[in-house]
Every structure is written in C-alpha cells, then in structure tokens.
Design a protein around this ligand. Structure first.
Ligand SMILES: C[S@@+](CC[C@H](N)C(=O)[O-])C[C@H]1O[C@@H](n2cnc3c(N)ncnc32)[C@H](O)[C@@H]1O
Length: 236
C-alpha cells in the first residue's frame, strides 16, 4: 500500500504480528508493502480462517497460528509492528487486546489499526453497511461479539483512550469502484437472504423481513461498494 510504503520508508520493519488475521487479507497488504524479507505472523482464534490463510499464503516469511488477541503467547517487545485490521469490532475484550498488542511491540515500535468506517457514506457504500450491520445484528443474536462499525472519530477516540498515540491516519478504499455486476449483486442479495433465514422462527424475523426487498431495490438502484477503511499508524 503506497501510503504505508511512504510512511515507513526510513524505518526497519523485520517482524510483524497481525492480530485477527482471518484469511490473511491484511497480511497480504503488509507483505506487498514490506516485502518478503519481513517475517509476518498472523494469529486468529478461527481454525477455518487459518486453514484458508495457510493455503493462500504458503510463503516462507508467513506463518499463521491459532490464538486469541487478548492473550498473546509472546514475550514483551517482540515485534517491530503489530496490526489489527477489521477485527477490532469483533473483539469481546477490546481493551485487553490493545494492551496485549502494546506489550508485544518493541519500544518505539509501531501499531496499525485498520477499520471499515461508518459515517457519511455514498448510497452504494450504505448498501455495504446495511449488509454488514445486518450480519453483526444476527451474530449478536447468536451470542457472537460483532459490533456495528464506528465513525472515524470514534475509532480515533478509541485508539487514544487505549494509549495509542496516532502519528498518521488516512482513509482508503479496498474496492476501487461501485460494482453493478448482476451476479455480484445477486450474491450480496443471497447473503442478506440467508442471514434473514437464520431468524426464521424468532420474533426478530417479522421485525426484519422488510429489509430484504428494500436491500434488493437499493442494490438495483445504487450498486454495491465497500465502505472506506480508516488506517491509523500509532505508537504506544
Ligand atoms: C472481518 S475478520 C478480519 C480479517 C482480516 N484481518 C482482514 O482484514 O480481512 C475479523 C477477524 O477477527 C477474528 N477475531 C474474533 N475474535 C478475536 C479475538 N478474540 N482475537 C483475535 N481475533 C479475533 C475473527 O476470527 C475474524 O477472523
């Protein structure tokens, strides 16, 4: 990522820990940014995600381990950089996880927080938010921690309240343009439909069922675009 390359051009980054790495999307960004000389370690409690990440990234400089962010099995000051991408709003123990990230990063090392944002979004981006927030609502009904997304300011405040000194922040788009492709939009519709099916037999079903035709209409009218992501570069 150009902005990261520019910011870190005079820094030595040899070891990176990515917390909540999932299938490795952000590890890929880091690998493209810092190159194959940098060791990348991704941790996630989800074995299914880790299997996918290992299959996608068999490179020698990348490793994936099963672990929770709130209890990192590493020594103090072990990594040059510790990141978390789109996982903050999934954490049951957010403060504890950020404290662990600060513990394992070396002194004057770097922390990256990357999060999809809420706030002023285009109509197509609001379609992403609608689907994402519906997923987080259904997850919460199942007892899974999944908060709605935060605004830029809320993410900044959260970072600062947890002792991160933000040195640089920027917005970026993972999806460069609005997608109007019929098959793609149909897939998004099906995702919403299967989430609604999970509510069948619950009182919440009647309350939420109108969202599906509304979402279909909105997709047809505006297409689908991932909401921007805010990337913070900070020090502890
Ligand atoms: C939306 S995914 C983000 C994946 C990846 N970082 C990315 O940017 O695409 C959120 C991830 O947070 C992980 N997660 C949930 N609870 C966690 C915890 N306590 N510690 C670490 N990761 C956690 C989930 O397993 C999931 O892989």
């Amino acid at each position: 990522m150009k902005q990261l390359q520019e910011f870190f051009k005079d820094q030595t980054i040899q070891s990176i820990l990515d917390v909540g790495c999932g299938a490795g999307d952000f590890i890929k960004v880091l690998n493209d940014t810092f190159g194959s000389e940098t060791q990348l370690l991704g941790i996630d409690p989800g074995e299914v995600w880790l299997r996918e990440a290992r299959a996608r990234f068999p490179q020698e400089n990348m490793e994936f381990r099963c672990m929770h962010g709130e209890k990192l099995a590493f020594e103090n000051d072990q990594f040059d950089l510790v990141s978390i991408s789109n996982a903050l709003h999934h954490l049951a123990q957010l403060e504890q996880t950020l404290a662990e990230m600060k513990r394992v990063v070396r002194s004057s090392g770097w922390l990256i927080v990357n999060e999809v944002i809420d706030g002023e979004l285009t109509e197509a981006q609001q379609n992403h938010r609608m689907l994402h927030h519906f997923k987080s609502y259904v997850d919460r009904l199942h007892g899974i921690t999944h908060r709605p997304t935060w605004t830029e300011q809320e993410i900044m405040d959260l970072a600062e309240a947890n002792g991160l000194q933000v040195k640089h922040a920027f917005l970026h788009l993972k999806m460069k343009q609005v997608n109007h492709d019929e098959l793609f939009l149909d897939d998004k519709y099906r995702q919403m439909e299967s989430l609604l099916e999970e509510l069948q037999g619950r009182p919440e079903f009647d309350e939420k069922k109108d969202q599906l035709p509304l979402f279909k209409e909105r997709l047809k009218q505006h297409g689908f675009h991932l909401a921007p992501q805010l990337l913070l570069i900070a020090q502890a």
